[in-house]
Ligand binder design. Structure first.
Ligand code: HEM
Length: 454
């Protein structure tokens, strides 16, 4: 039984209520679709300018209690890197209370998470990994006109705060179909969170403890995850892995083309690789062909498990991206509930027209956004153990075909009767262009940052 009082949602016998009016809305709420947006990445040269920015944002960022009633024509969210907290002159005792992987930053962790070869941090676009990204601002609007209004206001604000520099800008969008650059609808599978008040369509397992995704609440282990100090800074915040992932769409299409006897086999093979069809219909519920009605139906399109329907992966291979990234009830080594994530990814760059098999040189892909309380046991674990190593599910050294750090020597197994099929020569279809680990603070934490040094 749940009740909502002044932005606080209580769920009986489920730990302390989530303070929805403190948590940035993007953590617990989906963006209204379709949308357009811009990421502005800032460097803080003058701590007082950084603090003033935090003070201004504290009244502009929408909480989960006030979602999509923006005070601006766009939704605003903000996160800071470790270097950003340093630049804001957060006291050393507080800086030291952040977990090691966050303090090190994504570039230092790059190899562990599969950023090797062409994705190596040494090859990232500047300023990623240089320590110059301090603040990540996200602006999301329903249309370009509204976005332009808010960008102009941001420009004016920045002109008043010369101690802040925009060091990178990335425009992004979501199509009405929800499809991203490889042509598949994305963003369907996300955990249900106890007490979040978000609609929970049937099927994605039981609701998870809020502490898995928001700091200051018990998590799935029954404990409070360690929290940055002071409590006003850590509580109701979360961690973010922000990654710009270039997608080699033409190469992926060509790989499918070369490994299938015709268009129907090509689409089936692609669905076996992704775990869903382009419309979002899950392979488990639509084993033979796409079912756009199912894909569009949020009451059905996530309502499935793997083990009972398909223990051997004959319908959806154990190596399919969605099955690896969230094996649900599949028999695996480990506890799936400890390795979930909120995803808030989005598309960038022009879609490659249908049917084109040659690369046109355009930069297109996904800005992948992880949110959760544990960068290490959630994001880094899923990347290193589930996507880039197959041991957990008996796939040996086979990596995720779609997003793994493949180097041209990888395999992909499609279980089938009487004999399985094995594809070879899997290359890298997704290249990391850069990324940062961030901390996404609560609204009170923004106010606390604004008053530092006062
Ligand atoms: C360019 C890179 C990527 C592409 C194109 C991509 C695409 C997709 C697609 C099409 C789905 C199925 C639709 C859905 O359930 O939302 C999916 C699901 C998912 N992906 Fe990815 N993905 C990418 C990278 C990643 C990475 C790097 C991770 C993890 C670190 C990840 C984790 C997940 C998870 C957790 C799911 C949901 C599975 C479920 O709950 O059933 N993805 N992805």
């Amino acid at each position: 039984m749940t009740s909502v009082h002044s932005g606080t949602r209580t769920t009986a016998a489920e730990g302390p209520p989530l303070q929805l009016d403190e948590i940035q809305g993007i953590v617990l709420r989906n963006r209204p679709s379709p949308y357009v947006g811009t990421y502005l990445l800032l460097r803080v040269d003058d701590p007082s300018a950084g603090r003033q920015l935090m003070g201004r944002l504290a009244v502009l960022v929408d909480s989960a209690a006030n979602w999509w009633q923006p005070s601006l024509p766009a939704l605003l969210n903000v996160a800071l890197t470790y270097r950003g907290l340093e630049a804001m002159q957060v006291p050393p005792t507080s800086l030291n209370s952040f977990p090691e992987e966050f303090r090190q930053g994504m570039a230092v962790r790059a190899e562990l998470i599969g950023d090797t070869g062409e994705s190596a941090s040494a090859r990232w676009e500047p300023p990623f990994g240089t320590g110059e990204v301090h603040v990540v601002l996200s602006l999301v609007a329903a249309d370009q006109e509204s976005l332009a209004v808010v960008l102009e206001r941001a420009r004016q604000a920045q002109a008043q705060l010369p101690g802040l520099q925009v060091v990178y800008r990335q425009d992004f969008y979501q199509l009405a179909s929800g499809r991203t650059t490889f042509g598949y609808r994305d963003g369907i599978g996300n955990p249900t969170i106890e007490g979040s008040g978000a609609p929970s369509p049937p099927g994605d397992g039981r609701a998870l403890k809020a502490g898995e995704f928001v700091l200051g609440y018990p998590d799935e282990t029954g404990n409070l995850p360690s929290m940055p100090q002071p409590a006003v800074l850590g509580r109701n915040g979360t961690f973010v892995a922000w990654r710009k992932l270039h997608t080699r769409v033409a190469a992926f299409r060509k790989y499918l083309h070369d490994n299938a006897s015709g268009p129907d086999e090509e689409s089936l093979l692609a669905a076996k690789i992704v775990g869903r069809w382009p419309s979002g219909a899950p392979l488990i519920l639509a084993p033979e062909r796409d079912d756009p009605e199912l894909g569009a139906d949020d009451q059905r399109n996530n309502n499935y498990l793997y083990q009972a329907a398909d223990p051997r992966g004959l319908i959806c291979p154990h190596g399919a991206h969605a099955r690896r990234a969230n094996p649900r009830d599949s028999e695996i080594i480990g506890d799936v509930h400890l390795h979930r994530m909120i995803r808030r990814g989005t598309s960038y760059g022009p879609p490659l027209p249908a049917g084109v098999l040659d690369d046109d040189g355009a930069d297109r892909g996904i800005v992948f956004v992880f949110m959760g309380s544990h960068l290490d046991r959630q994001f880094e674990f899923i990347k290193s153990q589930w996507l880039n190593d197959g041991n957990f599910t008996g796939l040996d050294r086979e990596k995720d075909l779609l997003v793994g750090d493949n180097d041209g020597t990888g395999n992909f197994t499609v279980p089938a009767r009487p004999i399985r099929r094995r594809l070879h020569g899997v290359e890298r279809f997704v290249i990391t262009r850069g990324g940062e680990y961030c901390f996404l603070p609560s609204l009170s934490a923004l106010r606390w940052l604004a008053t530092l040094g006062a």
